[in-house]
Design a protein around this ligand. Structure first.
Ligand code: SAM
Length: 271
């Protein structure tokens, strides 16, 4: 039986199966195993761990995750990749489960059957909704190591007072520690996308705020960063303005980009 390390190069597997990237699925492949192994290392240690991978495509990252000793559940929407991925499953001694479907609709708790990590080179058009699902949904990943467009990765991990600091960063950092761990130029992908990419590692904090507080945080950040040049007393007017800020111990005369995540959490609790 073929072993993982004896599998043909990814480019050859794609040619053998007559597969070309389809833009409508956001397909930009990583065909260099040195890169996918580095991503698996940054996501680790994964030996014996369960990993949900979204969008395995030709399986470059999947191979690296399996080599790292993970048990992988790979959810792929494009059925054309299933025969190629079956070959990988046969070389993986039962550690690769393939699921054909839309990752936005799967029930991760049922798939993983317990705790697990998420590692993925995400399709750009569904990256943020998937992240929000993993951040706020019923199944809480142990960690997430996710490839995004560089600009989105920077927004997720941006510190207060940074130009990229905004709604996405506040919500992610209220729930996780978030760090950009790897930058990748567009030419690392086949075909190359228009923009550079980066991997963000997110580790959920031990305590998740209650649902009502997360909902309030979403409202507050939408209003505050929707008019980011205005002072909070005015951008938060419909939610209580100055009185709400004072209740939360926040200066109503500052702008959203100067308020740390903890400040937004206080505003959410006050709301
Ligand atoms: N992981 C592969 C790699 O690194 O070479 C492929 C990454 S490519 C950027 C994104 C992959 O996600 C494609 O294989 C695409 O078909 C798949 N995909 C797109 N939308 C999806 C969805 N909603 N659910 C599951 N997979 C999806």
């Amino acid at each position: 039986m073929t072993q993982l390390l004896d599998l043909p190069p990814l480019r050859d597997s794609l040619t053998e199966h007559g597969l070309l990237a389809d833009k409508s699925f956001g397909q930009h492949f990583l065909l260099d195993l040195n890169i996918t192994r580095k991503i698996a290392r940054l996501a680790g240690p994964l030996d014996g761990q369960t990993v949900i991978e979204v969008g395995p495509g030709p399986g470059g990252l999947t191979r690296a995750l399996l080599e790292a000793g993970a048990k992988v559940i790979a959810v792929e929407k494009d059925p054309r990749f299933l025969p190629l991925l079956e070959e990988l499953a046969q070389a993986a001694d039962g550690r690769l489960t393939l699921v054909q479907g839309d990752a936005l609709k799967v029930d991760e708790a049922a798939l993983a059957g317990g705790p697990g990590h998420v590692v993925a080179n995400l399709p750009y058009n569904v990256g943020t909704p998937l992240l929000i699902k993993w951040l706020t949904g019923p199944w809480r990943p142990i960690s997430m190591s996710l490839m995004f467009q560089k600009e989105v990765a920077d927004r997720i991990a941006a510190p207060v007072n940074d130009d990229a600091y905004g709604r996405l960063g506040v919500i992610c950092q209220a729930l996780c520690s978030a760090k950009v761990v790897m930058d990748l130029p567009a030419r690392a992908f086949t075909p190359p996308p228009k923009v550079a990419s980066a991997v963000v590692r997110l580790d959920p904090l031990p305590e998740r705020p209650p649902e009502a507080e997360i909902a309030a945080l979403e409202k507050i950040t939408a209003a505050a960063f929707g008019q980011r040049r205005k002072m909070l007393r005015s951008s938060l007017k419909l939610l209580g303005g100055e009185a709400l800020c004072l209740k939360a111990g926040i200066d109503p005369n500052v702008r959203a980009e100067t308020v740390p995540v903890e400040g937004f959490l206080r505003l959410a609790r006050a709301l």
